[in-house]
Write a protein that binds this ligand. Structure first.
Ligand SMILES: [Zn+2]
Ligand SMILES: [Zn+2]
Length: 154
């Protein structure tokens, strides 16, 4: 009698396991391909990450280098930090090594000066200054500089 009871229990048990197995079926396979929307989203994310990285160079440079103008030695606090800008030593804004070796913290006056000297040597490079103006973090410290220079050279 005990044997039969045990066998019934065993049957119940295996029925339950089968039920569990059926209800925990894995989700439908997705075909292994990304939809166009998903691809677009991933590409947009990657692009934004790159843009953020480029924009972040000022913050990075201010974290690495002291808040002192590398030319005139004026030092800065949170109050006037807007006047401290980040210059690219090789004038290439795409060259942003994370160790900060291409960045220099310059006050807006020395930065202005630096670009003026550079322009004396390199004609037609003013578009790089315009690039820098579009950096929202530096908030147009050189607005109108290119125009000023052009007028002055007339
Ligand atoms: Zn300075
Ligand atoms: Zn610069």
């Amino acid at each position: 009698m005990v044997d039969l009871e045990e066998r019934e229990k065993g049957k119940e048990f295996s029925k339950k396991v089968i039920m569990d197995f059926k209800s925990s079926r894995p989700p439908k396979p997705r075909g292994g391909k990304l939809s166009k929307d998903e691809m677009d989203r991933i590409v947009a994310q990657a692009r934004k990450a790159r843009e953020d990285r480029l924009k972040g160079y000022r913050e990075q440079s201010l974290r690495i280098h002291p808040w002192v103008c590398a030319r005139c030695g004026r030092d800065f606090t949170h109050k006037n930090l807007r006047m401290l800008t980040v210059h690219h030593k090789d004038h290439n804004h795409d060259n942003n090594p994370p160790d900060g070796s291409n960045w220099e913290n310059l006050c807006i006056y020395c930065h202005d000066n630096e670009h003026r000297r550079y322009l004396d040597h390199m004609e037609g490079e003013s578009d790089k200054i315009i690039d820098e103006q579009t950096d929202p973090l530096t908030h147009n410290p050189f607005a109108g500089l290119a125009d000023m220079l052009r007028d002055r050279n007339k």
